[in-house]
Design a protein around this ligand. Sequence first.
Ligand SMILES: C[S@@+](CC[C@H](N)C(=O)[O-])C[C@H]1O[C@@H](n2cnc3c(N)ncnc32)[C@H](O)[C@@H]1O
Length: 455
Amino acid sequence: MKLNDEYKVTIESFDMNGLGVCHLDNKVVFVENAMEGEEAIIEITSIHSKYIFSKAKKILKKSPNRILDLEESIKLSGEADLIHVDYETELRIKENKVKNTIKTKSNYKLNSIIKSDNPYNYRNKVMVPFGEIIDEDDIKDVVYGFYAKKSHNIIPIENDILTNDISSKILYVIQRYLVLFNVLIYNEQTNKGIFREVMIRNTVNNDFMVVLVTTVNHDFSRLIEMLLDEFKEIKSIYLNINSKQTNVVLSDDFRLLYGTPTIKENILGLDFEVYPASFMQVNHNQCEKLYKEAFRMAELKPNMNVIDAYCGMGSITLNIAKEVNHVYGIEIVPDAIKNANNNKVINNIPNATFICGACEEEIKKLVNKEKIDLIFFDPPRKGCAKEFLDTVISMKIPKIVYISCGIATAARDIKILEENGYELKEVTPCDLFSKTSHVETVACLSLGVLHQEKK
Ligand SMILES: C[S@@+](CC[C@H](N)C(=O)[O-])C[C@H]1O[C@@H](n2cnc3c(N)ncnc32)[C@H](O)[C@@H]1O
């Protein structure tokens, strides 16, 4: 067997990320864009000692759960790798992913996944790279879209599947401006050019924020006029200057070009101002459902002292403050903490304290301060630092509610906590990233009685 060889196969099952699985030469073969039960012609794309990667070239027998032709799904899979799968099947893939990843000695309850009422057009944030192509008539054109799987080739966006109509229209106006005014598009290989990417964020209040990412300062006054002429929803326009040859899109250099420095979000009845560098969950409706599930697991009580680790702009911290005695939010991004402190004032919440710094360092300062009854973790995909978990374990905090967008790292961290006296009680998956194989989870752990501090 060699690269680019073609085989006719029957897909036996889905893997954890929704890839088709079959066997050839006693090896497991993962197949992109193929579904359980389908017969397909596949092409080998990479060969490893125990497994092989391939892609579907032709579907000979189609699954009844396929909702998009192969050609269309190949085009869109860089943005949405489960775009071809019907929603019920997608939910089953995600529930299995959680079940097969969180395998622990605790006999925990796995709850049904929290479904989305709207699996399309839900994203309130897009990061869109711009590039240049030479068309058949040798004419340069500016394209924007998303990166094809495992590559930096831009697939132009033809219709908006995950984002909203206004963001799509804003992107189109920016593209027209770049062509009309001959702005040099950044080239990753040569590290030359000016215009890199656009970030657009929007909120339930229909406030839009646009961030233009460039390598150098540039006069965008004409573009700003064009955007404001068309979109009354745009409340804030920033320039972000990133001259580095890097995969990290945004630098720390944000310059406000128009409007207000923040846009306003509302989560579970509270108002939140958001800077461009502050984290905000990408699916507003599902975020509210996720938080409600986390609060149910937490069993909040008026005498509790709580830590909200990795708190972002304070959306969990402030939403639970009214139910408990005191809550400490810890977050590493200074702008997010600036938002959090202001959000505390806007919502008139006195019993929350925000701490700026790394959780692994800052939590140590709370060790001997007062007894903590409950801690929320909501780390980035890489999970919690071991040092942070060690401190939580040493504090003997009776209850942990762990929210995660990285199931593998959550499983790793839960295992460490279990080895140190915690018992996993329940896990609820939440479909925050519909049409992609990513899954959010919320898990609840309790410290066993033998490990609890004697009163
Ligand atoms: C998944 S977000 C969760 C934010 C918030 N809980 C929410 O629901 O909007 C993770 C947050 O952790 C922050 N972060 C990353 N590493 C950190 C660290 N070592 N210490 C503290 N915060 C960190 C990020 O800036 C980000 O705001």
